[in-house]
Design a binder for this molecule. Structure first.
Ligand SMILES: C[S@@+](CC[C@H](N)C(=O)[O-])C[C@H]1O[C@@H](n2cnc3c(N)ncnc32)[C@H](O)[C@@H]1O
Length: 346
């Protein structure tokens, strides 16, 4: 597998190691035997993936850093098509650039790892996964899911982010002449207004639209801790989010006050609602900054709210896929030492 170039040089430096762990975990979760190791061919970095299973190309193709695949025999490389579900053009995730945007490749990785560790890992590949990003910013996870043909709900308290997302996606849909319906409404429950909602339905072609093969994106502009008031219980398969780092982005309470640098207080208030929204057997994957909350504290917070940690502190080797507890730890910049914790409901 040839690794995709990354506009971020720091992330690119870790990409081979992160993708090797990701493929090992995905294959393991699907019961596929595979060995993965970084190699350099004529000065270019690749991952060498070995295994007999027919499904391996499909899994490797979905890896966050997959750029091209080659069969290797007798020292020669022959191009092999990527077998992945990408229903739209990837400019939907690359066009927007802003401070605090989560790296696009890392967003794919977090989704892959989290979904693979759920009780229904095959959903990641068949397009039936419903995802929730309860702190979605300007929508990197939303657009990643749309690109992959998955339904997604996002929540964000910053009203400016909601407006930026609405403007971006409206222009993008028009530019690509995609059939769609987009509605901006108020979120009202029991006579109370919680914020604004953007509901979008689109399809990659006119034929898909007519046949009802559509994708749905819902963006709720509200405080994530109020989620139980508005969201149906057990309605999503995975929850993924890149938590506030306590650096560029603060953790905001409902009235906009800045909370402590650590996201733990916010998590304590938000986790009951996120747990409710998840189906049994579903997983939650959180990206967090080790400088403001340690792996032990993250695991404790999740366990305190009824989750079982399946990747992270205290898990020697996940039951599915064998990667170290800190296999996805990487440096973003001097103030962000990012890691992932994944926990399961039931
Ligand atoms: C690291 S950023 C996520 C960035 C996002 N993945 C993107 O690429 O645009 C964390 C987000 O959590 C949001 N946030 C903080 N407190 C919140 C709350 N109580 N409810 C909803 N969102 C909140 C912040 O406004 C910030 O946009």
């Amino acid at each position: 597998m040839l690794l995709a170039p990354s506009s971020n040089r720091v992330y690119a430096g870790d990409a081979a190691r992160l993708n090797a762990a990701e493929i090992t975990l995905l294959a393991g979760a699907l019961g596929i035997e595979a060995s993965v190791e970084p190699v350099t061919v004529a000065g270019v970095d690749y991952l060498a993936v070995a295994g007999d299973d027919d499904r391996l190309d499909r899994v490797v193709s979905e890896a966050s850093g997959a750029f091209a695949l080659f069969g290797a025999r007798d020292g020669l490389l022959s191009p092999t098509p990527l077998e992945r579900r990408r229903l739209y053009t990837d400019d939907v995730v690359t066009i927007q650039k802003y401070q605090g945007k989560t790296n696009e490749q890392f967003t794919h990785l977090l989704l892959n790892v989290t979904a693979a560790l759920s009780k229904r890992p095959a959903q990641l590949l068949d397009g039936t996964l419903h995802v929730l990003d309860p702190m979605c910013g300007r929508g990197t996870t939303l657009n990643t899911c749309l690109l992959r043909g998955l339904d997604i709900t996002g929540i964000e308290v910053d009203k400016g982010d909601f407006e930026q997302y609405q403007a971006f996606i409206t222009t993008w849909l028009r530019t690509h002449r995609l059939k769609h319906e987009i509605d901006a409404t108020q979120i009202r429950r029991s006579g109370r207004t919680y914020g604004r909602a953007l509901e979008l339905e689109t399809a990659p072609s006119k034929e898909d639209w007519k046949a009802g093969r559509t994708q749905q994106v819902t963006y709720l502009s509200m405080d994530t801790t109020k989620l139980p008031d508005v969201m149906r219980r057990a309605s999503v398969d995975v929850v993924v989010t890149d938590l506030p780092y306590g650096v560029q982005h603060g953790s905001h309470g409902s009235n906009g006050e800045r909370l402590a640098r650590s996201p733990l207080r916010l998590l304590d208030r938000a986790l009951p609602g996120w747990h409710d929204a998840l189906r049994t057997g579903g997983t939650i994957g959180l990206a967090y900054n080790r400088h403001v909350a340690g792996p032990e504290a993250m695991a404790e917070a999740l366990e305190a709210h009824g989750f079982t940690v399946v990747h992270g502190h205290g898990v020697d080797g996940p039951t599915q896929g064998h990667v170290a507890a800190d296999a996805f730890r990487h440096r973003v910049d001097a103030s962000i030492d990012r890691d992932i914790v994944v926990a399961r409901k039931g």
